[in-house]
Write a protein that binds this ligand. Structure first.
Ligand SMILES: Nc1ncnc2c1ncn2[C@@H]1O[C@H](COP(=O)(O)OP(=O)(O)O)[C@@H](O)[C@H]1O
Ligand SMILES: [Mg+2]
Length: 311
């Protein structure tokens, strides 16, 4: 991880019109930076806006408001075809569902080579084939797999194909949207380890999305916690686990099953009650401890700070 920002998300909003007077505020004014070479974990329960955040960052949706700056350049707004192509190459996405995200009628060769073709990255059919085979082997599959179709593979293997496809165009930034949630627990660690190795080899930067905090700690440098379209807490991964501040983060942490059965039996689940908050003013993102930000009112800010002084 470096001090250099790769991605800056500023007051990003994504509001979906779902009826004449109905709007879903899927993402409602979130801000965070991602530094070159780091893994930023984005967590929160299903429906809180994680995927919408990822999809808006890579321009699958136009933002309702706010900015996304990638390598110093605004991603949204009017862009030339050349600029769009550049963003599409540098930012790639790995999806949650390895069944739905691969075209069932295409061979693995053509799925992985699609980006190579679009961006003209290989010159001859031989070079194209060699590059796909190299990618397959790198993600733990073998070159004979190139002529097969997605349904011939297991969930974990399909996710490896999705990773090879993302990797093919030499991206700088990969958004992994719950890449292991649909996989057997026994396979999850293998895929996470593959992602970590690839990050080291290629200097990749990740936005790693997950709905619980169990695997995220292991892969992330920093973690942001989302609740109903807002970022409620952001800190270094260690710090967030050791000193969670926002009651919602505490409830997420208390939901992680513990490996030791004795501890597991005595584990206390904390239930988040949004009505416990001070509502005297609109909450803002405030730095309660160094580099540890929490969405809170001035009054809550004082309470949170005192809690740590007395610890
Ligand atoms: N294209 C869309 N149109 C309308 N509502 C949407 C759309 N995509 C997502 N939503 C809604 O936005 C909210 C956030 O969804 P999503 O980003 O998928 O959450 P998560 O990935 O955290 O589970 C949900 O209430 C969801 O129903
Ligand atoms: Mg999602």
């Amino acid at each position: 991880m470096t001090e250099e920002k790769l991605l800056e998300v500023k007051n990003l909003k994504q509001h979906f019109k779902t009826g004449r007077r109905q709007v879903v505020k899927a993402v409602d004014g979130i801000s965070f930076d991602i530094y070159k070479g780091e893994t930023f974990g984005l967590v929160g329960e299903s429906g809180c806006g994680k995927s919408t955040t990822g999809r808006t960052i890579i321009r699958l949706y136009d933002a309702t408001d706010g900015q996304v700056i990638f390598n110093g350049k605004d991603v949204h707004g009017k862009k030339s075809r050349g600029q769009l192509k550049e963003f599409n190459q540098k930012m790639q996405m790995i999806f949650q569902d390895p069944y739905a995200s691969l075209n069932p009628r295409m061979t693995v060769m053509d799925i992985i080579a699609e980006g190579l073709d679009v961006h003209g990255l290989t010159k001859t059919p031989q070079e194209r084939k060699a590059r796909v085979e190299e990618l397959l082997e790198r993600v733990g599959l073998n070159k004979e797999h190139a002529n097969r179709y997605p349904h011939e593979f297991s969930g974990g293997q399909r996710q490896r194909i999705g990773i090879a496809r993302a990797l093919a165009v030499n991206p700088e930034f990969i958004i992994a949207d719950e890449p292991i949630s649909a996989l057997d627990v026994s396979i999850q660690a293998q895929v996470v380890n593959l992602l970590k190795d690839l990050q080291k080899e290629h200097g990749l930067t990740y936005l790693f999305i997950a709905h619980d905090l169990s695997m995220v700690k292991y892969i992330s440098d920093r973690i942001g916690v989302m609740y109903f379209g807002k970022m409620v807490e952001l800190a270094d991964s260690e710090e967030l686990y050791k000193n969670p501040i926002h009651p919602y983060t505490k409830s997420l942490l208390s939901a992680i099953p513990l490996p030791d059965p004795d501890y597991e039996r005595n584990r206390k689940r904390i239930v988040y009650d949004p009505s416990q908050h001070d509502i005297s003013e609109a909450p803002e993102f405030r730095e309660v401890r160094p580099n540890h930000w929490v969405l809170c009112t001035t009054k809550e800010f004082e309470t949170y700070k005192t809690e740590f002084q007395n610890k």
